[in-house]
Design a protein around this ligand. Sequence first.
Ligand SMILES: C[S@@+](CC[C@H](N)C(=O)[O-])C[C@H]1O[C@@H](n2cnc3c(N)ncnc32)[C@H](O)[C@@H]1O
Length: 189
Amino acid sequence: MQELAHYTLEHCTDAQMVTGALVGGLLKMVVRMLAARRVLEIGLFTGYSALAMAEELPDDGELISCEIDETRAAVARDFLKRSRHGGKVRIMLGPAKQSLRGLTGGFDMVFLDADKEGYIEYYECCLPLLRRRGLLVADNTLWSGRVLQPEQDADRAVDAFNRHVQDDQRVDNLLLTVRDGVMLAFKRG
Ligand SMILES: C[S@@+](CC[C@H](N)C(=O)[O-])C[C@H]1O[C@@H](n2cnc3c(N)ncnc32)[C@H](O)[C@@H]1O
């Protein structure tokens, strides 16, 4: 994972998109606490968060990660091959909304980390795929503080997402002020 983070910082434009050690550590902890076996991720990038979560899955566990960009997915594939946990990760290449349509439910956890304008739709598609008492985690929900004074489309989208989750009676939620903000939405039993 250190090599993957280093490679991403050295070679990838948009390297700041990588979740990094803090949120990566949080994700690992959540997977462990849920005793998760099936995880769904929207936004693979070069695979850092996927590998972090996969390391905590049992040997027969599965993480499905959606990614639209072939070049980024190729980097992830290379690094996943080098890890003994990489075999647990299945990459679905293409627009996530399309990929989600082909999935069956029962996921223990969902991690949202793709285009912010799509967050509400991803949330609505993913919630039925999440088991009862499963956890949806969404990254960047403080959006560098811009949710307080939204000016651009992405600012408004993240703000709308936070309000959407807050108003949703199907979940209990908590917005953690960790790094760029991490929303937890626990699907009620
Ligand atoms: C913030 S990055 C994900 C970072 C990753 N979780 C990590 O820890 O390194 C967002 C990723 O979502 C992908 N993405 C954007 N729009 C998408 C879409 N419609 N469908 C699938 N992936 C998408 C981008 O190509 C990008 O790689």
